[in-house]
Every structure is written in structure tokens, then in C-alpha cells.
Design a protein around this ligand. Sequence first.
Ligand SMILES: O=C(CO)COP(=O)(O)O
Length: 254
Amino acid sequence: MRKKIVAGNWKMNKTAEEATALLSEVVNMIKDEVTGDVEVVLCPPALYLTTARQYLTPGGKISIGAQNCHEKASGAYTGEISAPMLQSIGVEYVILGHSERRQYFEETNAQLAEKVNIALENNVIPIFCCGESRDLRENGDYIGFVKDQITDSLFHLSAESFGKVVIAYEPIWAIGTGLTASSAQAQDMHFELRQHIASQYGDMIAQDTTILYGGSANAQNAAELFAQPDVDGGLIGGASLKSRDFTTVVKAAQ
Ligand SMILES: O=C(CO)COP(=O)(O)O
């Protein structure tokens, strides 16, 4: 049985004081209200990862994730953060290949393959993001495009390593726009991606791969999205910045 996961990507939001308040609210609400089998991954800005760690109880439902890491283990890369550093402070996950990083920081599929490698070498689980633009959705082979992102950045992995990766399908046109993919659109793409994974790694691994949906998922639409057979949870942006909304989304996945 594959894992259900709801991850909150805070992006570049919250001062230290605000972050601490949100962490404490979210941790308490999840502890009190979420009884089912769903893993929660909080991905605050890197500056607050150590603080986030201190709020978690060992063996609990909540893990922490970074929003990015560098493809090298260490060195003269001013301003960057490496996978060994993340591991050394107890970070379990790292978001890689978010469309904002692809767009604003020109991350390529080949570079992301290196980031995936170094994360896995350091026991940090990649949450690998993929997704098409609006233009591609309307005018092109958007399914092929997203499959290629997965092929180019992940299909060099051994079956054992691939089995650790979490995929997040985030159509760019749905991110921060309020334009959620319909549950049918999400299901169709997740089904296609699972078939694609099966073609490389076989049906067992494909069935065990957690595929999250991201893009304007919120307290109102999460239940319908997560009810789709191939949607295994969500990667949540805006709605992860409010403790009540985020907890409602998490509950929708249990
Ligand atoms: O990019 C996202 C999560 O990584 C989605 O953001 P929104 O939920 O704000 O659309």
C-alpha cells in the first residue's frame, strides 16, 4: 500500500515569529485532529527547518522537508544548502524541481537528476515536481512533456532508489491561480504517470509510488481531489500558510 502524504510548501513566506506561531498551531491541530494514516510534511523556508524539527515528536505523523538543495555535496557555492546539511539536521524530505525553481532559477531536468541523486545518497527523500504550462495544456502534448520530465530526471535510478521518490504533479496553470485542475484532470494525469512508471519499473513499484497533486488545492476541494484512485495526497502552497485550512486538507487525505 502506498503512503498518503500531504506536504505544505510555505515557499518564501513568514517571518521567524510568524513561522513559530504557524508551526505550533499546525503541530497541535494535527496531533489533536488527525487520527488516520497520512504523513504530513512541513516545508518551511530553510532558515526555520531547525526550529520546525524542535516542534516534532519522534515517531509522530509530521516530518520536515526543505524546498530545494544544491546538486553538490559541499563547496564554494555561496548561499546554497546541500543535502548532507539537510540530513545533518534531521530533514527527511526535499522538494526538487518545483516549477518556480525551473522558471526563475532555470533548473533543468539534467540538473534535477543530479539533485535527486545527492538527496537519495544522503537519505533525504525527493518530492519531485513535474507539470505543464497553460500553453502546453492548450496546444501541445502535455502528457508527453510531463512524462519526459520524469524520464529525464528519474529513470536513471535503480528500482530500489526510484521506490523512495515521491512525485508531485503540479500543473503550472493551477499554481497560485485559484484555477485547480478538476479531479478528473488530476486523475487522468496521475494515471498516465503511474503507467509511465510501470513501463520502466514494473507494476509493483508503480502501484507503490506516491503521486501528490499540487495547484490551488485547498480546504474546499481537497476531499474530491484525494478521492481519486491515483491521487495520493497533495503538495499545498497557499492553504498551508493557515493552520485551520491546512489541517482540513490533511484530514481530507486520511
Ligand atoms: O506550488 C504549489 C505547492 O508546491 C501549489 O501552490 P498553491 O497551492 O498556492 O497553488
